[in-house]
Structures are given as C-alpha cells and as structure tokens.
Design a protein around this ligand. Structure first.
Ligand SMILES: CC(=O)N[C@@H]([C@@H](O)[C@H](O)[C@H](O)CO)[C@@H](O)CC(=O)C(=O)O
Length: 262
C-alpha cells in the first residue's frame, strides 16, 4: 500500500505521489503480489487524477480515504465521493481506506457496505484502521459470500481482528516487525492461540512503550531506519523528526524484547 499514512501520502505533491507510485509498480513487478496505490486527496479532481494515473501505470488496485477538511456527513455523501474516484479506474479493484483517528470521518463501514457494489462495481474491500471491532465484525458478518476483503490496520489488535475474520493486515509496524507478525499469522493459522498471543502481546509491549513516549509517523520512520539500516529521511512539516532520545529508548526497548523461539 503506497502513499498511505506511513508513506505520508497526504503531505506529498501530486507529482511526488505519481513518481512514488510509478517506482513501486516498477520495483514490485514479479516481486510483490499487490501494489495498491492510495489516491485519496482533499479534492475530488486530485483524487481522480491519481486514480487514473494508478490505473495507467498498472497498479493492482487503488485505495481512498474519506476527504477530511470538507467532510462527508452521511454514508451517501461519502459513497458519492468514492464512486466518482473509483469510476476513473474502472478496471482495477477499489478499497475504502477507513482511518477515522486521522480523517475524523466516523461513518460506520457496515453502513457503507449496504449497496456499495451497485455504486462501485470495482469495490473489493476495506483497509480498516479503527479500533471499533463491532463495526468490523458486522462487516464480516454481512460479507457471507466472502466477496470482499478486510485488511486490518491497528497492528496491536490484529489478532483480535483475525479472530473475527479479517483477511489480512496493512500497518506501519510490519515495516519492521513483519517477520514476527508472519510468525503470529502462522501460529494463528495452526490454531496455536497461545503462541499467537505471545507475538501479539510483545508487539503490544513495544507499541505501548513508544506510544507513551509520543508515537506517530515521524517516530515510525525513525524505527524503520534503525531496524532496516535504510535511511527513511525526515518527515515533512508539520511533522518533525523523532528526537535522539526517542530513538535511543525505542531501540533499547526493541532490542530487549525476547521473542518466542517456538
Ligand atoms: C493511525 C496509524 O498510523 N495507523 C497505522 C497503524 O499501523 C499504527 O501505526 C499502529 O497500529 C500503531 O498504533 C496504520 O493503520 C497506517 C497504515 O497502514 C498506513 O501507513 O497507511
């Protein structure tokens, strides 16, 4: 998922977003199963332009957040916006990116799903970045024929979402705890709930620690940098880069975690 929250998509110019999308599609060829481009923007024409571009460069799907300055106030208003974006990329799957902590748009997804396929024939699922597991459960319950996928985005609660029936995950910590999360997914698939919980609790322990220090996209980038060795660069204003103190404490905490050996 390119140009989402961790990638600071909303802080980039349209041209920068296009450049990044092109590069990911190029680099991901024959390596990645999916390259989904987030094309949400505050203006409908901006979002439509990015949707057309994503389709033209061969992205495997597009995702869109709710616009968050002039906000939709009802399911119908939100759906109308999403429909106008999706129709610009009619041959590739469309995902709604639900992230109310950042957009402030709290329209429940289970409501949005009613009749969505008629309005957006390419609708494929939801990237669900909210802690409201009742809403997620209702979505999954409604999706009896398993037409749609629900990709969960609150990493510290992924195991709970899996238990409810989420199909996968998109989140920031997978950039540096991806292997550990895969171990959790494997344990869950093998019905080893005790082991799956251990992984979830340890991810939670790290996040609980850094959240108390102040944790957002800037800090995520700093963690990604010290774990991978790949310099992620500073965030763009108004975000400011993580302090050296944060980096030292986060690194010490991550290094201190003893992961299960199975
Ligand atoms: C609000 C926020 O940033 N949420 C993150 C989570 O991965 C979050 O960082 C994590 O659960 C820690 O709270 C993701 O949902 C964002 C994400 O997947 C993205 O980069 O698009």
């Amino acid at each position: 998922m390119v140009n989402g929250t961790t990638g600071e998509g909303l802080a980039l110019s349209i041209q920068e977003r296009k450049q990044l999308a092109e590069e990911w599609v190029r680099q991901g060829k024959d390596k990645l199963d999916h390259v989904i481009i987030h094309v949400g923007a505050l203006s409908l024409p901006g979002s439509q332009e990015l949707a057309r571009h994503a389709a033209a460069i061969g992205a495997s799907g597009i995702a869109v957040i709710a616009p968050f300055f002039f906000k939709p106030t009802s399911k119908d208003e939100l759906l109308a916006f999403l429909r106008e974006v999706a129709s610009e990329a009619p041959a590739i799957p469309f995902y709604y990116y639900h992230i109310p902590p950042l957009t402030g748009v709290k329209i429940r997804v289970e409501e949005l799903l009613d009749g969505i396929k008629e309005q957006i024939p390419t609708f494929q699922g939801v990237k669900f970045s909210d802690t409201d597991l009742l809403d997620l459960a209702q979505c999954i319950n409604k999706n009896g024929r398993e037409e749609f996928v629900f990709l969960y985005g609150v990493d510290e609660q992924l195991l709970s979402a899996l238990a409810i029936g989420a199909n996968g995950a998109v989140g920031s910590t997978y950039n540096y705890l991806g292997q550990k999360t895969n171990m959790m997914l494997q344990a869950f698939a093998q019905h080893d709930l005790a082991l799956a919980r251990k992984y979830q609790f340890l991810t939670g322990e790290f996040l609980n620690f850094v959240i108390k220090l102040g944790f957002g996209v800037a800090q995520t980038k700093a963690v990604m940098t010290f774990v991978s060795g790949i310099p992620m660069g500073p965030p763009r204003l108004p975000l400011v880069k993580a302090s050296e103190e944060f980096i030292a404490k986060a690194k010490a905490k991550l290094d201190s975690i003893v992961w299960p050996t199975n």
